[in-house]
Write a protein that binds this ligand. Structure first.
Ligand code: FAD
Length: 108
């Protein structure tokens, strides 16, 4: 099975790309679906301690998913990722550059 790091890199690529392709103004159905997706994701992500911490963070007041549109969701995902970066002692990502990295695209 993929290790926690490979799985993490691939999953962040998926999650940020998902956010980058979310509508700028989501309908209420799309908002409900995204909220459900994130809830299920946080239950099913196959690194159990990762999933548990993510779930706890997401459930804390102020950290609820922002699903109104792309900008909010992208920022939220960046903050979620930064929370994990902090936990792992990695550098925080500058969320103002989120779109540049994940929507317009750069390579690293
Ligand atoms: P990654 O953190 O995987 O990042 C990939 C790329 O994303 C970076 O190269 C950078 O260009 C970009 N990036 C970095 N930060 C941000 C940001 N804030 N916003 C947007 N783009 C960014 N690992 C553990 O060991 N313990 C855990 O508890 C844990 N929890 C996780 C929870 C979730 C939900 C996920 C998806 C992963 C988790 N991981 C965890 C894996 C961990 O986050 C990394 O994916 C893994 O350590 C590989 O790190 P990396 O340095 O290659 O880059």
């Amino acid at each position: 099975p993929p290790d926690v790091e490979d799985l993490g890199r691939s999953t962040w690529t998926f999650l940020h790309t998902l956010s980058a392709n979310y509508p700028s103004r989501a309908t209420s159905t799309q908002q409900t679906e995204m909220r459900q997706f994130l809830t299920l994701f946080s239950r099913l992500y196959p690194c159990w301690t990762c999933a548990e911490d993510f779930r706890t963070w997401m459930g804390t007041r102020g950290n609820e998913p922002r699903v109104e549109g792309r900008e909010g969701l992208g920022r939220w995902m960046c903050e979620a990722h930064n929370e994990v970066n902090r936990k792992l002692g990695k550098r925080e990502f500058e969320c103002a550059r989120w779109e540049e990295r994940w929507r317009s695209g750069w390579r690293d």
